[in-house]
Design a protein around this ligand. Structure first.
Ligand code: AMP
Length: 586
């Protein structure tokens, strides 16, 4: 067997080590099953050296004995002070590398002497040199330093033939980088890179922390900013809420006995919605998109030149990040490889290649389709449309996956909602494939805006479990769709589309793909018109005699237009009917 070379992602927040065995790459877990080593180094109470989790745990209480984010100082001619002693940045990094080396040796059951280490694309020669020195201090010959976006591209595309241009969007805990890379037959070149090494998930946490601090101030008149212990708890609670909001529309933040006020304990208990959270971090996300723009112009490219977007770094699990990139590029970012482990895997693959191993692509089970439901919304023509598609589980998500979204009832006193489940990508849900539906009845009699959460869970066997829940009461109804993934392969898609079209009055057996655009428009006009007619019928009684007559007239005109496929007439009558409804509904 060839000599072992390990691949290391020496990160600002976390570090990992990967190895290639029998042609496949693995990120190695430590004795306790953890693959990510927090990039913290400390001196414990008894003078012992601490690396990773234990060092991170003591950071808030003993910052003078703990070093974090040493990567920010690599290449500087400076030192840091830990428990009164001076250390160079290389020495602190070497402690982390030594720990990773030991984890790899424990796993391989033999000594390891060589490594590939990743660095940000923007690292200068001095910073790269310092990284090599850190390796040497740790007893590792650094056989190659590679750029982080290069490693990410290798993890995804090591086996790709031909040329691709890839955008690597890397949002970690404390840093943000975006690079444009070109890959051709396994050779990766960084075309441009841009970023902000002071922007990341920690800033997102800080926004939630601020929100909690002002909440406590408003509710109890206490300023908790003074107490380190209390702030440490609030920080942890904020980060945990942030993670919850990546999969759920609401997060509860509960911390009992957070602080005392005049001898009485104060409990923290609040709820944060994803909607509020996204507003808090919008400025940061905007900033990353500006950097994306700069990186593209640096490579003399535009959005349409990009073939793939890779998401790297834990903070890219925040859904709005992927959504904004999708809006800008029109392609679904790839998220199949764990964004925290992707760079380490690429480093491992590079190391394996240098060691002469033949490395196969990283295999993960992902969903090849997007699944979602429909809601009333605008699909680009400024009108309300009841079948706007709302994706819930996105294409390329690793399996198993569970995602929840919030919806709101549209009408006062609405006692039931019909949940339809679709598979597909089109923003018009009716152009996707309906794979299930069910009715939730017995909702509370309350004004419009009653929150219904819809949860989609897809497992490795392609079984999709869908549940809808009235948030306030917990009233729930669910269905299970077997074989959700396999269902529409082998050309069955066209048949299914034809069936759905037929339901809406089009000729059966007439696949959507072969229809002229005007017919597709007609399909849309029909659905809109039918929704409007339903709405008009509920408002007839409320209308004055004159309006009622006009409404009935327009309804007839719409029906005639639909029957004769005169979509211009349908549209004219629909618009006039919509005008009347607008005033009646106001
Ligand atoms: P990294 O530096 O790549 O290890 O990324 C760490 C950052 O990712 C931290 O700010 C984490 O809080 C953040 N993170 C990890 N998991 C999630 C998640 N599920 N949703 C949002 N952020 C996350």
């Amino acid at each position: 067997m060839s000599e072992i070379i390990i691949g290391i992602d020496l990160g600002t927040t976390n570090s990992e080590v990967a190895i290639v065995e029998n042609g496949t790459v693995t990120v190695i877990a430590d004795g306790e099953g953890r693959k990510m080593l927090p990039s913290f180094v400390g001196i414990g109470e008894n003078g012992e050296i601490l690396v990773g989790e234990p060092a991170r745990n003591q950071y808030v209480l003993y910052p003078e004995r703990t070093i974090k984010s040493i990567k920010r100082h690599m290449g500087e001619d400076s030192h840091v002070v830990m428990a009164g002693k001076h250390f160079s940045p290389q020495e602190i990094s070497a402690v982390i590398l030594k720990q990773l080396k030991a984890v790899a040796e424990g796993y391989a059951n033999k000594p390891v002497h060589k490594a590939v280490i990743t660095v940000p694309a923007y690292f200068s020669d001095a910073q790269r040199q310092a990284t090599r020195e850190a390796g040497e201090i740790a007893g590792l010959e650094v056989v190659r330093i590679i750029n982080e976006p290069t490693a990410a591209a290798l993890a995804y595309e090591a086996r790709h033939e031909g040329r691709k241009r890839i955008l690597v969007y890397d949002l970690g805990g404390g840093t943000f980088d975006v690079s444009v890379v070109s890959i051709e037959d396994g050779v990766v070149e960084v075309l441009s890179s841009h970023g902000n090494n002071k922007l990341g998930g920690d800033d997102f946490d800080a926004k939630i922390v601020q929100h909690i601090v002002s909440h406590i101030h408003e509710q109890h008149g206490i300023d908790i900013g003074e107490s380190r212990q209390v702030m440490a708890r609030v920080n942890r609670a904020a980060e945990s809420a942030k993670r919850t909001l990546s999969d759920q529309p609401f997060a509860r933040i509960d911390e009992e006995y957070l602080i005392e006020k005049e001898g009485t304990p104060v409990h923290l208990s609040m709820e944060l919605s994803r909607y509020e959270y996204e507003a808090m971090i919008a400025e940061y996300v905007d900033e990353t998109l500006e950097a994306v723009h700069i990186a593209l112009s640096g490579a003399n490219l535009t959005a349409s030149d990009i073939d793939e977007i890779l998401l790297v770094g834990g903070s890219t699990r925040t859904p709005v990040v992927g959504e904004r990139l999708f809006e800008k590029f029109g392609i679904e970012p790839l998220r199949n490889i764990d964004p925290d482990l992707c760079v380490a895997m690429g480093a491992g693959i590079q190391a394996g290649m240098i060691a002469g191993e033949s490395v196969s692509a990283v295999l993960v089970d992902v969903t090849p389709y997007t699944y979602g439901t429909n809601a009333i919304g605008d699909i680009g023509d400024g009108d309300f449309y009841p079948f706007k598609y709302v994706p819930i589980i996105r294409k390329n998500s690793p399996l198993p996956v569970s995602k929840t979204e919030a919806f709101y009832t549209a009408v006062d006193g609405q006692e039931a909602v019909e949940v339809k489940v679709f598979q597909g990508e089109d923003e018009d849900a009716l152009n996707n494939i309906e794979i299930g539906e069910f009715l939730v009845k017995g909702l509370r009699n309350v004004p419009a805006g009653n929150v219904i959460t819809i949860k989609l869970e897809l497992d490795l066997n392609g079984i999709l479990h869908v549940s809808a829940r009235e948030k306030e009461t917990g009233l729930e109804k669910s269905i299970t769709i077997n074989n959700a993934i396999g269902r529409f392969q082998d050309g069955k898609m066209d048949e299914a589309k034809a069936r759905v079209s037929a339901l809406f009055g089009q000729a059966a057996g007439h696949p959507m793909e072969t229809q002229a655009d005007s017919e597709a428009d007609g399909h849309h006009a029909q659905v809109k018109a039918r929704a409007l007619i339903e709405k008009a019928q509920t408002l007839l009684e409320k209308a004055s005699d004159e309006d009622r007559e006009d409404m009935i007239d327009f309804i007839e005109q719409i029906k005639d237009g639909l029957a004769g496929k005169d979509f211009d007439a349908v549209e004219a009558a629909t618009n006039r009917l919509a005008d009347i409804l607008y005033y009646l509904d106001a």
